[in-house]
Design a protein around this ligand. Structure first.
Ligand code: HEC
Ligand code: HEC
Length: 154
């Protein structure tokens, strides 16, 4: 009984695992410098290692833009992304081109959001995590911390 009470209090005190998906503290400076100017620095756990590899191999044709890098930065960032790729959160394999928003994990987590929100001018794109997840750059993805009032889980 004592253990059960402890377990219950722990499960109330600890937020669900998926609410926090932070950038690993060992992220190289080059990741913020090179991969966070057009969009947020996506936490590596949200794509599988194979999908990160595909993203990094095609930086010259990056979703309609050119995000090419010098070889040392590319190697450093690729190694970091693949080393920290999704294991715990099991994002699954994305459709191609690789997108976080096309992984089975993302689709499952966002399945209840009505289609019109993905085209909403406040959001623009599913890749724009911060439009809904105010704390995304700090790794906070809780359903209680959503910028769009209609979508907030209370
Ligand atoms: C010059 C601007 C630019 C730079 C620099 C850039 N990206 Fe992107 N990235 C984009 C654009 C534009 C998209 C497509 C966004 C959309 O569909 O709304 C994108 C999309 C992505 C996606 C897919 C998101 C999704 O789920 O749809 C990933 C992953 C990604 N970028 C990773 C990176 C990485 C890693 C780097 C650094 C090596 C990087 N990006 C640097 C512009 C950039
Ligand atoms: C249109 C707004 C919107 C956008 C854009 C969006 N999300 Fe979400 N996300 C939500 C909502 C709402 C929930 C809660 C869904 C639920 O619980 O039914 C959620 C849930 C999540 C969860 C699960 C949290 C938990 O506690 O289980 C994760 C992880 C997540 N989002 C990551 C992302 C990432 C990464 C991006 C960008 C690639 C993104 N989201 C883009 C609205 C959005």
């Amino acid at each position: 009984m004592k253990n059960l009470a402890l377990l219950l209090s722990l499960s109330i005190a600890l937020p669900a695992l998926a609410e926090r998906i932070p950038l690993p503290p060992n992220a190289p400076k080059s990741y913020q410098a090179e991969c966070a100017s057009c969009h947020m620095a996506y936490p590596p756990a949200l794509l599988s290692a194979g999908d990160w590899k595909r993203v990094m191999e095609r930086l010259d044709q990056h979703y309609g833009t050119d995000a090419s890098l010098g070889i040392p930065q590319k190697q450093e960032i690729s190694a970091f992304l693949e080393r920290n790729a999704g294991n715990v959160w099991k994002p699954g394999i994305s459709a191609q081109p690789a997108r976080i928003s096309q992984t089975p994990y993302f689709i499952r987590k966002h399945g209840e959001i009505p289609a019109k929100f993905w085209r909403d001018p406040r959001i623009k794109s599913a890749a724009n995590c911060e439009a809904c997840h105010r704390g995304a750059s700090k790794g906070v993805f809780s359903e209680h911390d959503i910028a769009i009032p209609e979508l907030r889980g209370d």
